[in-house]
Design a binder for this molecule. Structure first.
Ligand code: AHR
Length: 502
């Protein structure tokens, strides 16, 4: 048995919990849009062809924002193809995913879906094959109330009110050689600055995201952020970060510690942004939009794009997650929350079918992957303020990170209700851990709920036939006694303990 302790106080606040931490991502990729969100023949499809069972699951997941329409897809996308009468829309080659894009769903349908799912849309513009003018055109179409060519066209297409989209990504992963229209940092930084400056002439209140690195392992990481922000600092609000993790070479211990990489990545981006701020003698701070993160078995068979054909909505990137993957997802959320002072938005990539917590059968059943649960529970119960935690934990050696803490945790406190929520992972492969939590600073609390996601087999996976067996279950070891809480955490587990005034 391992022993660890956590000390909490309502006085030590990192920042408010930011609702946009619980964003997600819908790309025209594989079956995310078609047969995921949109499946007109499905028994639950509404008048727009949207699956109601998916919308209900999205609400249950607690998603707040959804980034759209890509991803790599956006860098070859002509947004005008997706507006107007559906039967007149062209089919196009999607070079990013070697597919055919039928354009049945476009920006108007997506915004309608967002309203139904009660999420905020977050748009990306194409800075791969396109530039300033096309970004202005889609902004005018979406956000100008009326009286111009594009805005009146939107009204003709049935959206009388402007879409009012606040958050816009200036391209996608422009540092990546795989990206259509890939650019150097200087080229992209100038384009991002000029696009942002022009977009703000239409709408000064936009929140604009410049592309950061598509991973901390990119050879240009760091220098990319420095150059892009040097060019664009005054014009943008966020720099993006993307990170995907998976177990490699059977090294589960390193994989479970993936949040250490995310922590370091965030710290490095913050340091670089602040260095540009100092060098440019500016006052505002740039925040991070961590707008792609997840476990992704990149390079494995489900991620191989078709080679000899251009199918519509092929099954692509349909990773099937296990218990360990869910523990990592829970831990990555712990990392994002503890950095809420600088990470102001994040998007779990992606939402449905494509490396997703929600899976659908075309015309058939919906099921939840293991990764659904830590996301849904954190989104629902991380309320109020993120607290600084003092965690004392044993460690072990991992191949990737050296000396690695075995436990990782974050906590939130809701000053209105007095509720405290602790989110914690045990990364040990073999040992239970007892976590003692010092809660004396909060007055009398009792355990409202304690849930743990774990399984003797960390590789166990939910299935379409049974997606509940691996859901978190009540952890009966959680107790509070005179300002001290205690809970036992099984190996390879994610746990949430909610405490409420007694
Ligand atoms: O989410 C899948 C892909 O990962 C996105 O299209 C791209 O932005 C990233 O490389």
């Amino acid at each position: 048995m391992l022993n660890a302790s956590l000390s909490l106080s309502p006085a030590f606040v990192v920042s408010p919990v930011r609702p946009r931490t619980f964003g997600s991502f819908v790309e025209h990729l594989g079956r995310c849009v078609y047969t995921g969100l949109h499946d007109p023949g499905h028994p639950t499809a509404d008048e727009d062809g949207f699956r109601q069972d998916v919308i209900e699951a999205v609400r249950e997941l607690g998603v707040t924002t959804v980034r759209y329409p890509g991803g790599n897809f956006v860098s070859g996308y002509r947004w005008e193809d997706g507006i107007g009468p559906v039967e007149q829309r062209p089919a196009r080659l999607d070079l990013a995913w070697h597919s055919t894009e039928p354009n049945t769903v476009g920006v108007d349908e997506f915004v309608r879906w967002c309203r139904k799912a009660d999420v905020e849309p977050m748009m990306a513009v194409n800075l791969g094959t396109r530039g300033v003018q096309e970004s202005l055109d889609i902004l005018e179409y979406c956000n100008v109330p009326s009286g111009t060519a594009w805005s009146d066209l939107r009204r003709e297409h049935g959206s009388e009110q402007p879409h009012g989209i606040r958050m816009w990504c200036l391209g996608n992963e422009m540092d990546g050689p795989w990206q259509i229209g890939h650019k150097t940092a200087e080229e992209y930084g100038r384009l991002a600055a000029e696009t942002a400056r022009a977009m703000r002439m239409i709408d000064p209140d936009l929140e604009l995201v410049a592309c950061g690195s598509s991973g901390s392992a990119m050879p240009t990481f760091g220098e990319w952020e420095r150059v892009v922000l040097t060019e664009s600092y005054e014009h943008v609000d966020y720099i993006s970060a993307h990170a995907y993790y998976h177990e490699e070479d059977g090294d589960l211990a390193s994989f479970l510690a993936s949040a250490m990489n995310m922590d370091a990545f965030i710290d490095d981006v913050v340091a670089t942004a602040d260095a540009v701020r100092a060098a440019r003698k500016l006052t505002k701070r740039i925040h991070i939009s961590f707008d792609e993160w997840n476990v992704w078995y990149i390079g494995a068979a489900p991620s191989e794009a078709p080679k000899d054909s251009w199918p519509v909505a092929p099954a692509l990137l349909e990773d099937h997650y296990n218990v360990a993957d869910a523990v990592v997802v829970g831990n990555l959320l712990i990392s994002l929350l503890r950095h809420s002072d600088r990470v102001h938005a994040a998007s779990l990539a992606q939402l449905v079918n494509v490396i997703a917590p929600i899976m659908t059968e075309p015309g058939g059943r919906l099921w939840r992957q293991t990764t659904f649960h830590p996301f849904a529970l954190t989104a629902r119960h991380a309320v109020g303020e993120v607290l600084e935690v003092k965690l004392s934990t044993p460690s072990h050696e991992t191949a990737k990170f050296g000396d690695t803490p075995l436990l990782d945790a974050v906590a939130t406190h809701d000053p209105d209700s007095g509720d405290v929520a602790v989110f914690v992972v045990n990364r040990s492969l073999t040992d239970d851990a007892t976590l003692d939590v010092d809660l004396r600073a909060f007055g009398d609390l009792r355990v409202a709920e304690a849930l743990t996601l774990a399984n003797p087999d960390p590789y166990a996976r939910a299935t379409v036939d049974d997606d509940t067996a691996l859901a978190p279950t009540a952890n009966a070891t959680a107790t509070v006694d005179g300002g001290a809480a205690s809970v036992v955490l099984p190996p390879v587990s994610w746990t949430m303990v909610r405490l409420t005034p007694a």
